[in-house]
Design a protein around this ligand. Structure first.
Ligand code: GN1
Ligand code: MG
Length: 359
């Protein structure tokens, strides 16, 4: 850790977890775009320490409470033999406190499971089957969870009309004078009226489930020996939603030949074999507890998630990059172009996607 601000904050936070900056090794962990995550290793213990971005998560304690409720439910399912993955327990700080607040920043700790790794891109169809089975199993296990106990962490998180409205608002202000450089992309988003209407009609009739809402492939932990998923991580956005959102985010992060910020768009293709594997194992994981409409909605979900995150990256770019962490000045616009291009490809492959889903 060479950043002084981080170092100062960490030296204040670590004693709440019975260690200190002197007797521990702290390293950055993961590729989250919102929170800051660290691995803390001391002689006695290893754990994950996370600074919760409370501009995004306005009520960090609700994020922690939701995860606790979900973990308890998953643990009970596990004991009944109905869930085979590990819950990711959060650790309390001194005085049994769920979070530590230092200089207006919020911190929480999560257990560290050794001998695990995360994956950024699907290697094989076999791995895609495992990914879909793991996220499907997660949502299945939550099918009888009392959703009204969960706080709505980010209202309208996956509500397309709201995301379009946010884009309109920022376009009208253009606070950084960036609009002229991306007007075509903005127009492209607003032109998708048929798709936007189709989504609005669908969400009015789809059954609501507790979903994960961030099912990127790197939100699974794989065991180093078995090479299989052992835990679903990052429960921050678990909220009532639609399974097409979770399926769509898997497709978004598994079925493109480029990462979400890749710029060689001419090389981007849909990995249809991976799509087929995801669809098959995701549908099977519900063991019949999936309606025909939900099944069909997966095609819209696959198109919707890249479209929606494309709109969100574009909105943040025009707004001046306040929401997502960026590594350089054009990062958000590159992500937006990438995701909207992937949406475009998926939109034009709808017949093939439909054939696969209805097979
Ligand atoms: C954010 O921070 P992370 O990587 O868990 C975002 C997701 C996006 C994702 C794009 C709360 O997730 O919605 O899909 O970046 N989370 C929030 O990579 O906005
Ligand atoms: Mg997340």
């Amino acid at each position: 850790m060479n950043n002084l601000v981080e170092n100062n904050a960490l030296s204040e936070v670590l004693p709440f977890y019975h260690c200190s900056i002197k007797n521990s090794k702290v390293s950055a962990l993961g590729n989250g775009l919102i929170n800051q995550t660290y691995l803390v290793k001391s002689i006695e213990q290893s754990f994950v320490l996370q600074q919760i971005n409370h501009h995004v998560f306005k009520e960090p304690t609700q994020v922690i409470n939701n995860a606790e409720l979900i973990n308890k439910h998953l643990q009970a399912k596990k004991e009944n033999g109905q869930y085979s993955l590990e819950p990711m327990w959060q650790l309390t700080a001194k005085h049994n406190s769920p979070a530590v607040i230092v200089n207006d920043s919020y911190w929480r700790a999560i257990q560290f499971i050794p001998n695990c790794y995360t994956v950024e891109a699907v290697a094989t169809t076999e791995q895609a089957h495992q990914v879909a089975a793991a996220f499907g199993q997660f949502t299945s296990a939550l099918s009888d969870f009392p959703a009204n106990q969960l706080a709505e962490i980010i209202p309208d998180f996956h509500h397309l009309d709201s995301r379009i409205a946010q884009l309109k608002t920022v376009v009208a202000k253009d606070p950084m004078n960036r609009l002229s450089g991306c007007q075509n992309l903005v127009n492209f988003c607003f032109e998708q009226v048929n798709f936007i209407k189709k989504v609005a009609e669908l969400v009015a009739v789809l059954p609501v489930q507790v979903t994960h809402n961030d099912t990127k492939i790197n939100n699974l932990l794989f065991n180093s020996e078995s090479k299989k998923p052992i835990a679903v991580i990052d429960l921050d956005t678990c909220m009532p939603g639609f399974i097409m959102h979770d399926f769509g985010d898997m497709v978004r992060t598994c079925c493109s030949t480029l990462p979400e910020d890749g710029v060689a768009l001419e090389d981007m293709q849909i990995r249809m074999d991976i799509f087929e594997a995801l669809a098959e194992s995701y549908i099977n994981s519900f063991a019949g507890n999936i309606t025909q409409l939900e099944r069909e909605s997966l095609i819209i979900g696959a198109q919707l998630l890249p479209f929606m995150i494309g709109i969100r990256f574009l909105t943040d770019y025009i707004d001046g990059d306040h929401y997502f962490h960026t590594q350089h000045a054009t990062h958000n616009i590159e992500r937006a172009k990438n995701q909207l291009h992937f949406f475009h490809l998926l939109h034009h492959s709808e017949d093939e996607l439909t054939r696969i889903i209805t097979r």
